[in-house]
Design a protein around this ligand. Structure first.
Ligand SMILES: *Cc1c(COP(=O)(O)O)cnc(C)c1O
Length: 421
């Protein structure tokens, strides 16, 4: 009723298409809780025991918004950031981020001037990239390089037998500053992984070989990601000048639930969608594409304004539930691009009686269903769920947990928490 009334009372004037106004017209919102982000980075700083943190904000901060996330983390003392690709780093620079930014992906030799121009740290991923970095100077300022050693991830990086030679060569090269030597684990998310330990041993063998050479002194040595921090612990960052690269845990998540039990994190993102349509249907009424679900009894059906076009997985069809009307109710039928349907139960069920058009349902949040649940239904990892939220979902930034929507009713805009950023 609220929405209909609001729409009716808007006076006839030219439509204002500014972003915030149109966002209010979108039936789905991802709320990003910056207080939770602060809580998580503090927990990670404590866990890293003095190692510097490198916050990973690739893929638009795992879908949370790289810029607001970076600003909050800078406030919390983080001075090292990383993204996957140069374009992501340039975007941060253009928006005033002055901290160190490492590009984790392998560079194309022709793109090295972009790194120099925007003061981005470069990953040396092969002997050829090392040669290109040496040849392409001199830059106005030294090119800052982090040499990636492939100890078993098998993605990018120098093979073990080439790494020491290349690192020595870069150490002495004019116009090059050795900012880091690093590796990446393939299985650190698995507690007691022998292979993670093997990778660590290989990495340390390379470091030992270099240790004898006083001309080689990288600013940082880094191996740990979130998984390694939580499973290998200080073994993964006991090197001189350690750095811990952490991504998913900043956002209050880990690769799996058991890993999440090892540290006190708060989920940062909550996804909510409004009811756009309600109806009561007789038994045997088919719902959605393919008519794969039929009402087993008279059913109150709510249509939510969210679908796979927003990044809510189609694999959730017939598997997922949402929090609506104070309880959890199932998504029935196929998830569409822009909508999905929820069975509120028989018409006299409490949820069926309570829910109105314009009310909000939570697709994932602090209370179940959580993002872990959605990842399970979609047969994937939490990373993919938050990264896949599409740009058409407005992100609303709040600075305290506001998960108090007992009824799920949308509050009028004036009483909504104001975005800080
Ligand atoms: C994405 C990424 C990370 C962060 O991993 P999390 O599991 O999110 O902590 C660290 N290092 C590299 C090389 C990455 O690509």
């Amino acid at each position: 009723m609220l929405v209909a009334t609001t729409a009716f009372t808007i006076p006839p004037r030219p439509i204002d298409r500014s972003a915030s106004d149109t966002n209010d017209l979108v039936p789905v919102t991802a709320t990003v809780d910056l207080a939770a982000l602060r809580h998580n980075v503090r927990a990670l700083q404590a866990r890293a025991q003095g190692a510097d943190l490198m916050a990973i904000v690739k893929a638009d901060g795992y879908g949370h918004g790289a810029l607001p996330v970076t600003r909050v983390l800078h406030d919390e003392g983080v001075r090292y950031f990383a993204v996957a690709r140069p374009a992501e780093g340039v975007r941060l620079r253009k928006n005033g981020v002055a901290d160190r930014i490492l590009i984790l992906g392998a560079p194309f030799p022709n793109d090295l001037s972009v790194y120099a121009k925007h003061d981005l740290d470069l990953t040396i991923s092969s002997a050829d990239t090392a040669a290109a970095a040496c040849e392409h100077g001199p830059w106005v300022q030294p090119l800052r390089v982090h040499v990636k050693v492939d100890t078993g991830m098998g993605r990018i990086g120098l093979p073990l037998d080439e790494a020491p030679v290349v690192i020595r060569r870069l150490s002495g090269a004019p116009g090059i500053h050795l900012a880091g030597v690093w590796t990446h684990f393939a299985t650190a998310d698995e507690p007691e992984s022998d292979f993670a330990q093997t990778q660590l041993d290989r990495f340390e063998a390379v470091l030992d070989e270099l240790g004898a050479d006083p001309s080689v002194s990288p600013d940082h040595i880094h191996a740990a990601n979130t998984g390694a921090l939580l499973t290998l612990g200080s073994r993964a960052h006991r090197h001189s000048a350690p750095l811990v690269r952490t991504g998913i845990a900043l956002y209050g998540l880990t690769a799996s639930r058991p890993l999440g039990d090892r540290i006190d994190l708060t989920p940062v993102m909550r996804l909510r969608a409004r009811v756009t349509h309600l109806k009561t249907v007789p038994p045997d009424t088919p719902i959605s594409y393919g008519a794969t679900w039929r009402a087993p009894r008279p059913a109150r059906i709510a249509t939510l304004g969210v679908g796979y076009g927003d990044g809510y997985p189609r694999l959730c069809s017939g598997r997922a539930s949402v929090r609506i009307g104070g309880t959890e109710r199932p998504i029935v039928g196929t998830v569409c691009m822009d909508m999905c349907m929820v069975d509120l139960g028989p018409p006299d069920a409490p949820a069926a009686q309570r829910v109105e058009v314009g009310d909000e349902a939570t697709l994932f949040g602090a209370a179940p269903p959580t993002l872990y649940d959605v990842a399970d239904w979609a047969e994937t990892i939490p990373y993919e769920i938050c990264c896949s939220l599409s740009p058409r979902v407005p992100r609303r930034y709040v600075d305290a947990s506001t998960d108090t929507t007992a009824t799920g009713r949308v509050s009028p805009p004036s009483s909504r928490p104001q975005p800080r950023i």
